[in-house]
Design a binder for this molecule. Structure first.
Ligand SMILES: *Cc1c(COP(=O)(O)O)cnc(C)c1O
Length: 397
């Protein structure tokens, strides 16, 4: 026993802390939870702090780096940073790349909290934000100014599932030397890789499809070395890194991501078609449907599937919509998306504090609009669940 000269009180702090090394060729990387590595002496300090990447956990961690490698591989990017949430990734990127006096163009059909970030934080630091319809090239073009630094976009808008022409955005931005930052959460690298379209930065809320099991909160940022170096310097100071345990679990989730999302994409397409056939459904928003306003663009940009998010409209009757939710047997109402189970959300309820009813209706968020995040269930079970619940709309008032 190594620590027999000290008391149990002290010994228990030290015993068992030597790694059982070497463990040769484990199939899965171990979890490195250590927040720091031991420095031998003063001579070793430079090596430890400068040379050894894994000197302190916030600076670098092997599990987090494994995830970063996987993300860079999927997005075809040079370098990635893995963050504690999607919002951590978004705020770190924006605060790092833009400064007071810079102008940012975005849209109000993006993730709600990103809009709040622009309105409450970004503008507080003296950056200007203009909201446009990013699916309208002329409108984007008109919004560009000499000081435009970033065009910030998502590919599939929320909750109306419109498609942004990434090539057109990149073209407009790069003509004036602005950067294109894409939140690609809804599309995933299996539907579209923004960097291949010339975008400068791609971000994901990994809480959604990357994690895929509704049990991890994380985000990531990917881009070329020169930009990522700049973001990394600020990421260290903001402390927006992901912890080792979550990183390890995230890597495990990523291993099966392609299988999950390809099933989710296929299910979304089939469910969209089935809902469109249902007599209680007024319309369905999903890009692979021929009547979608950007159907051709979507097919061109996302030939392997247009994601697993769709929305549909039923009668604008709060009571019946509530009853519809109660009647669904498999599908639950959840404040997230991208999990392996199908979930629904109610946009008008989600945005009721930010907008008046009139504004919501103008934005296409009527009481009868329901958003679906499609999972990996057997498609027949899924369609059957929606069909039986939709019969509540057959009832006369
Ligand atoms: C969920 C989400 C975010 C925020 O991610 P968190 O992991 O919840 O911080 C950002 N953008 C989109 C499109 C999202 O769906």
């Amino acid at each position: 026993m190594m620590y027999e000269t000290v008391t149990k009180k002290t010994g228990i702090l030290y015993v068992g802390s030597e790694p059982k090394m070497p463990v040769e060729r484990p199939e899965t990387p171990p979890i490195y939870v250590s927040t720091a590595n031991i420095i031998c002496d003063m001579d070793d300090y430079d090596n430890a702090s400068q040379g050894n990447k894994y000197y302190y956990c916030r600076t670098a961690n092997p599990n987090r780096d494994n995830v970063a490698d996987a993300v860079s591989f999927l997005e075809q990017g040079e370098q990635s940073l893995v963050c504690s949430s999607g919002m951590a990734a978004i705020s770190t990127t924006l605060l790092s790349l833009a400064k007071a006096g810079d102008h940012i163009i975005t849209s109000n059909a993006i993730y709600g909290e990103t809009i709040e970030l622009f309105d409450r934080i970004i503008t507080k630091f003296g950056m200007e934000v203009t909201y446009v319809d990013l699916t309208n090239r002329e409108e984007v073009q008109r919004a560009v100014r000499d000081n435009t630094k970033i065009i910030y976009t998502e590919i599939i808008t929320n909750p109306l599932i419109r498609v942004v022409d990434i090539d057109s955005i990149v073209d407009i931005a790069h003509r004036v030397g602005a950067l294109v930052v894409v939140d690609s959460t809804f599309t995933t690298p299996f539907a579209l890789r923004p960097l291949e379209h010339g975008a400068d930065i791609v971000i994901h809320s990994m809480t959604k499809y990357f994690g895929g099991h509704s049990d991890l909160t994380a985000g990531c940022i990917t881009g070329r070395n020169e930009l990522m170096k700049k973001i990394y310097a600020d990421y260290l100071l903001f402390g927006t890194c992901l912890d080792p345990n979550s990183s390890w679990l995230m890597l495990r989730s990523i291993r099966t991501m392609e299988m999950r999302v390809s099933r989710q994409f296929a299910n979304a397409k089939a469910l969209a078609e089935a809902l469109q056939e249902d007599c209680h459904v007024r319309y369905v928003n999903y890009p692979s449907l021929i009547n979608h306003p950007q159907h051709e663009l979507a097919m061109q940009l996302m030939p392997n599937g247009c994601g697993a998010m769709l929305s549909f409209r039923v009668e604008d009757d709060r009571e019946k919509v509530n009853e519809f939710m109660h009647r669904l047997k498999l599908v639950k109402y959840l404040g997230t998306l991208g999990g392996y189970k199908t979930t629904i959300a109610h946009p008008a309820t989600a945005f009721r504090f930010e907008f008046t009813t009139e504004q919501l209706i103008k934005m296409g968020m009527e009481e009868g609009l329901i958003r679906i995040s499609v999972g990996i269930e057997d498609i027949q079970d899924l369609i059957a669940d929606f069909r039986q619940a939709l019969t509540v709309f057959a009832k006369a008032k």
